[in-house]
Design a protein around this ligand. Structure first.
Ligand SMILES: Nc1ncnc2c1ncn2[C@@H]1O[C@H](COP(=O)(O)OP(=O)(O)OP(=O)(O)O)[C@@H](O)[C@H]1O
Ligand SMILES: [Mg+2]
Length: 283
């Protein structure tokens, strides 16, 4: 892919490429509707909001953010936040080029700001207040960011949208109120209903046998009812490993054992209590 460069206030910036994921959002239309609503602009005086997707690891936060942006036909720029993300990482980074040349590289977030794409600031709860603070003007009525490194101020494209995802159980930083109030509304992704969960598994594992999909759906539904933390991602991993183990197995018994073995090796012994036993039933 060729490098895209734009010039802002006389400074050439190299832009990031948008992300392409091979995922389709299945079911769970209500959270999709909430996210699209938050981004809507209903009047020339109106502004889009910056929603926060909240849920357990693996419930589908990143997938929803991506799929919603794609429904709008926009390019998506995913930026992974970590405890080490510094303010400059979010905006512009200088890269040394040749002997005495500096090149300015726009972050995925800034690339979305400039191109009018959708920025997904993934796992935003891991990022420090200092880094969030540098985005404050972007997240309110001002809609601009400043790069200290490049010495420029960048106004957001009218089509620019932002969403951040946060795990509800691993908040590394407690964000201060002024950041909180800029990241609204909060959209909670919960465990899906049985039929939706089955459809999600099938979408992600189109090559899986029906028996495996049913087994994993049963497992997840029992675990959800017990308020366990296992999510559809865990289910996908269990099914994937069971299929691999099964493909090396020589007989039917081994194939059944493969599912239990996959549960134990992916999630641990304690997860077996939610697994349907494959032994002949005595009742
Ligand atoms: N409604 C859905 N439709 C299709 N796939 C889904 C859906 N929900 C979850 N998935 C699948 O579940 C897996 C986990 O989703 P995802 O990575 O989006 O979770 P996450 O909430 O972002 O997790 P983390 O907090 O660890 O980043 C992915 O493989 C995704 O394709
Ligand atoms: Mg994610």
């Amino acid at each position: 892919m060729s490098v895209v460069t734009v010039e802002i206030e006389g400074v050439p910036l190299h832009l990031a490429h948008p992300d392409e994921l091979a995922v389709n959002w299945v079911g769970q239309e209500e959270v999709m509707r909430q996210l699209l609503a938050a981004w809507l602009v209903v009047d020339p005086q109106d502004l889009p909001m910056n929603p926060r997707l909240i849920g357990k690891p693996g419930v589908g936060k990143t997938t929803l953010a991506y799929a919603a942006a794609k429904r709008l036909g926009r390019d998506v720029y995913i930026m992974q936040a970590t405890v080490d993300t510094r303010p400059e990482d979010l905006i512009v980074q200088p890269v040394i080029e040749g002997a005495s040349q500096l090149r300015y590289v726009a972050s995925p977030l800034l690339s979305a700001v400039i191109r009018g794409g959708v920025a997904v600031l993934d796992e935003g709860n891991r990022m420090s207040e200092k880094s969030w603070a540098s985005l404050a003007p972007l997240l309110d009525t001002r809609r601009y960011v400043e790069s200290v490194v490049a010495g420029i101020k960048i106004k957001a494209h009218a089509q620019f949208r932002l969403v951040t995802t946060m795990n509800d159980d691993a908040s590394t930083f407690d964000l201060p109120e002024y950041i909180h109030s800029r990241l609204q509304p909060q959209i909670l992704i919960d465990f899906p209903e049985r039929d939706e969960e089955y459809q999600i598994l099938r979408e992600n594992l189109p090559f899986a046998e029906e028996r495996i999909l049913q087994y994993v759906t049963d497992f997840l539904q029992l675990a959800h009812a017990a308020e366990e933390r296992y999510t559809v991602r865990d289910g996908i991993n269990v099914a994937r490993f069971a299929i691999k183990l099964g493909s090396l197995a020589t007989d039917r018994i081994h194939q059944s054992a493969a599912l239990e073995m996959a549960v134990v090796q992916v999630l641990g012994e304690e997860a077996l209590r939610y697994a349907r036993r494959n032994r002949p039933s005595t009742s």
